[in-house]
Design a protein around this ligand. Structure first.
Ligand code: HEC
Length: 129
């Protein structure tokens, strides 16, 4: 079901779908979306991951593979266990969503993406920085 949702979702809703997928797959147990959200967790913030791979055309498949097979040594001493409950399609969607966070002003500069009840559809306050 998730795939068609994401494919047809407009840009704003895609944020919500991505977060929903990350929550449904329990990624958020170990990752924050960005550093405005609670305490740092075990894995790197997704926004920070996005910035590292910004402009890297191979990043979606690279990260999708990492998501499904696990990762070690890319960010520090703690490895990420294989997320084998995630389908290939789901992993690609998640990778694409994570990567999209680097270029999104609502994530990069605003504190308004703290959870799924705060969709990117909100008008950006000019006074929230
Ligand atoms: C048990 C904790 C844990 C869970 C659950 C988890 N991760 Fe991770 N993740 C990590 C850690 C730790 C790292 C850093 C691994 C490393 O240094 O290579 C990481 C790294 C990553 C990276 C960067 C990989 C790279 O090569 O730069 C991505 C992308 C990622 N996780 C996505 C996800 C997604 C999507 C999910 C949910 C399906 C998820 N993670 C679930 C702990 C977790």
């Amino acid at each position: 079901m998730g795939l068609s949702l994401a494919v047809y979702a407009p840009a704003g809703a895609a944020q919500t779908v991505g977060i929903g997928l990350a929550q449904a797959n329990n990624c958020v147990a170990c990752h924050r979306v960005d550093d405005t959200e609670g305490r740092k967790r075990l894995g790197p913030d997704f926004e920070v991951v996005a910035k590292r791979y910004q402009g890297n055309a191979a990043a979606i498949s690279h990260l999708a593979t990492k998501i499904r097979n696990g990762s070690r040594g890319a960010w520090g001493a703690v490895p990420m266990p294989a997320q084998s409950h995630v389908s290939q399609e789901g992993a690609e969607l998640l990778a694409a969503w994570v990567l999209s966070l680097a270029g999104d002003a609502s994530v990069g500069s605003g504190p308004n993406l703290d959870d799924s009840s705060s969709p990117a559809l909100q008008p950006q306050g000019s006074n929230n920085q």
